[in-house]
Design a protein around this ligand. Sequence first.
Ligand code: NDP
Length: 479
Amino acid sequence: MNIKNYINGEFIKPTSNEWIDNYNPSNGEVYGQIPNSSKADVENAYIAAKAAFPSWSQTTLEERSRILIKISELLEANLERFAEAESKDNGKPISLAKTVDIPRAASNFRFFGNAITQFASESHESAGENAINYTLRQPIGVVGCISPWNLPLYLFTWKIAPAIASGNCVVAKPSEVTPLTAYLLGEICDEAGLPKGVLNIVHGLGTTTGQAIVEHPDIKAISFTGGTATGAHIAKVAAPMFKKLSLELGGKNPNIIFADCDYDDMLNTTIRSSFANQGQICLCGSRIFVDSSIYEKFKADFVEKIKQLKVGHPSDSDTNIGALVSKPHLEKVKTYIEVAKEENGKILCGGNKVTVKNYENGYYLEPTVIEAPSDECRVNQEEIFGPVVTIMPFDNEDEVLQMANKVKYGLSATLWTNDLKRTMRMSNQLQAGIVWVNTWMMRDLRTPFGGVKASGVGREGGFEALRFFTEPKNICIKY
Ligand code: NDP
């Protein structure tokens, strides 16, 4: 299968005619090729976006909204096809793609299709001075959207939908590792009547295609989700051009469990927050801190439940843990299991590659729990981004708060307790952009989404995203 770039409403080959192999993580085989796009392809995408901008930015909100909602409906109508593609490309269980990834991609378009009709700007009356200020929220122009491989269509559309809803035209790049659903999205956009050039999708490597988007002097804003090191590099390249930047980066999120929580609910949710999507979600609670009074019980129950999880082929309906996204990523995650051993961490379960019958070359790994000797060891400080969590006991609130905050990241935190005052105290002091109490990954798309410290700058979601993709202009009139 040859994936093509989607530029100016057409599916086209890369100008260089160079291609990159695309692997199926479930069996390690090459099953297609994607364009190895160059600067010239990014330039062509930019030219198409620039040409589409005057008309798209003047399209009525009702019309933009109608098209976005149509895209959402078409994604829902094609749920099976998209879910199969996502699962094949990424290695995630088909059940997850069907219930989370693709429905959420459809929701992103529906949500921003509706949100743009409710977005408003401010007016300030300067009392006593016979003047009124009103603020316009104007689209920026051509913007760049760059997304990672873990939730491919989900995160790709989380950027594109608000960008086009607010009247911008887009040059977008999905991860080279998971390009398939982004490619299929082009067909849906055509069918929904999105004008040519409003969305342009360029496939290729981060270091060349992605870099060309970030370096382009006339792509005025970059919305990026990915690793912290890449985010720092992008900030360095974009800053001298004064580009607007939204950076959603890595995490090393604490999951803090107090003895007074609803135990069964906590246990079931902690299995999910540890291993959903093979642990490859930036929001996974990869550092589990447990009240020492229930530590031994939790440890035994947690490990017993994990041993029941089925690691298997992504298309099997009873698979809980599919394949990791790529061979290099599998190797990286395995390295951390070795690091844990060197650091005197105790592997409570997992730690080994899994061989799935008939798919022996797939990238499967057992869900792994490491009892960590200290909160400062590498496996408790560095983002592993796989089916690997650490657990540690704590004795009191101050101690766990200190450990929770003692990382460079600050994306999300989860707290399990029924003590209201403790909830308020801890939520105030946790260094994170998102705190979940007695739940995990419950999302209301209106809420601000993003992290602090090395987890990024800026917020996505709701009107925050529409603010990012528009430029405020204040007009002061004296009368
Ligand atoms: P990367 O940072 O490697 O890549 C993210 C995207 O950036 C990919 O499309 C990549 O292309 C591209 N890219 C790489 N180098 C450059 C460059 N120099 N210029 C422009 N674009 C570039 O992250 P991963 O794909 O490995 O994703 C995993 C990371 O993403 C984890 O750290 C995770 O925590 C984070 N993440 C954060 C989320 C959040 O909301 N905060 C959500 C999900 C993930 P290519 O793949 O082709 O190299």
